[in-house]
Design a protein around this ligand. Structure first.
Ligand SMILES: [Zn+2]
Length: 417
């Protein structure tokens, strides 16, 4: 099993890698994306699978009749964030093919149609919106809104699709296709350290945390940095700074996460007191009430500081994704399969029959989008540093192999007689 995994991994590694950073730049509908799609097709054809690209640019590799219904589907994405790591997305796709190889080695007989997917434009690195392929299919992104998306060079999504040979007029909700899926399982590298802390190579997802982005506009008065007395200033940077500190305090207090990672300043001069500081708050928490507590706490602190300093403040919610609670029946079934397998074998540390950890995540995924339409589950593979969306993202070889085995066990339990 590890041989086919590593051969695939090696063949995918050079595609879209930047020599300068060592990270990946596999953006939707670019040359690197096309190379990833050819790689996927070659892997599928080498295994005798029937491949197709759906209306929304998602790739499918089928074993059995795609139209029969009640299919078991696994997969992830091959695109990346700017200078992303090798594992986020590709680990799920490579593990899917390797799990099929493992099931064939075991002589498993498929009783349900089976497919491996590569969802298009998951990271949203080029057009600014994540999970475009799955959102379109699930009807969570309208055709009009998709057609309005532009990349940093002003190229529209339809123009980019067309240039890559895909018909942009064909995109849109695809309920018939989703209705033929009985279960979707996505394996993904963990984007945190929960499995490293618990000492487990593989875990099962419980939920994706609710999360969103809020824009804070702090308006003061531009003036000369060298001639304006401190007492005479209306400096929005100070109020912004107080707000950043408040975000940290509120997140710690509510057990959530809050980050100001992007800022725009006007006039943005070294010797000018700013007239405007615009900061974007990314906030996430395990449940809605904790998220509300974080965001309202940050906003309250920002308003108090703004009022005291004579600063005008506007707060706009720019995007929001509610909690995704993965289907309990499928999750419990997956845990049963994995724990039964665990009880039959002893792991490297001499332990048998360990409970499989169930963990939430603050990161969005195609599986989260699909979960509104399809019974969906996720497996996570240990990430020893927790680093993700960076060239330093990593998973150990043994853990990748454990992930493939777990995925094969799950698929065998779901799809095979
Ligand atoms: Zn991902």
């Amino acid at each position: 099993m590890s041989d086919t995994f590593h051969a695939m991994w090696r063949s995918l590694l050079p595609i879209g890698r930047s020599d300068a950073s060592g990270g990946y730049r596999r953006y939707a509908w670019t040359g690197a994306d096309a190379d990833c799609r050819l790689w996927f097709q070659a892997q599928a054809e080498a295994r005798g699978l029937f491949t197709e690209t759906d209306r929304n640019g998602n790739q499918w590799a089928w074993l059995g009749d795609p139209l029969a219904g009640d299919a078991v589907v696994t997969g992830s994405h091959l695109d990346s964030v700017p200078d992303g790591g090798a594992f986020d997305g590709p680990l799920g796709v490579v593990s899917s093919f390797a799990a099929l190889d493992e099931l064939r080695r075991r002589g498993a007989v498929f009783a349900r149609p089976f497919a491996i997917t590569n969802f298009g434009d998951e990271e949203g690195a080029r057009f600014g919106l994540a999970c475009v392929g799955s959102r379109l299919a699930a009807g969570q992104l309208s055709v009009q809104d998709a057609h309005r998306l532009r990349d940093g060079d002003g190229v529209s999504l339809p123009a980019a699709m067309e240039a890559a040979g895909h018909d942009p007029d064909a995109i849109g909700a695809d309920p018939e296709r989703l209705a033929r899926i009985g279960a979707f399982v996505e394996l993904h590298v963990e984007q945190g350290r929960a499995l490293d802390v618990s000492g487990d190579p593989v875990g099962v997802a419980s939920a994706i945390w609710p999360h969103g982005r809020w824009r804070f506009d702090f308006r003061g008065e531009a003036n000369h940095a060298g001639t304006t007395r401190l007492a005479d200033r209306r400096d929005p940077m100070l109020t912004y700074a107080e707000t950043v500190l408040a975000a940290r305090r509120e997140a710690e207090f509510a057990g959530g996460l809050a980050t100001f990672g992007k800022i725009a300043v006007e006039p943005n001069g070294v010797n000018a007191i700013p007239s405007l500081v615009r900061g974007w708050l990314d906030a996430r928490a395990a449940d809605q009430s904790a998220l509300d507590a974080v965001v309202s706490g940050v906003e309250r602190a920002a308003r108090e500081h703004a009022e005291r300093a004579g600063i005008d403040l506007d707060v706009v919610r720019e995007s929001f994704t509610p909690v995704v609670d993965f289907q309990h029946a499928l999750r419990d079934e997956i845990r049963r399969v994995l724990e039964k397998r665990g009880a039959e074998s002893v792991d490297g540390a001499g332990r048998a029959g360990r409970a499989v950890p169930v963990l939430g995540t603050g990161a969005g995924h195609d599986a989260g989008i699909l979960s509104a339409s399809v019974p969906t589950a996720m497996l996570f593979v240990r990430n020893p540093t927790g680093i993700s969306h960076s060239p330093a993202e990593h998973a150990a070889e043994d853990d990748c192999v454990a992930g493939v085995r777990a995925l094969a066990d799950v698929l065998e339990g779901l799809a095979c007689s």
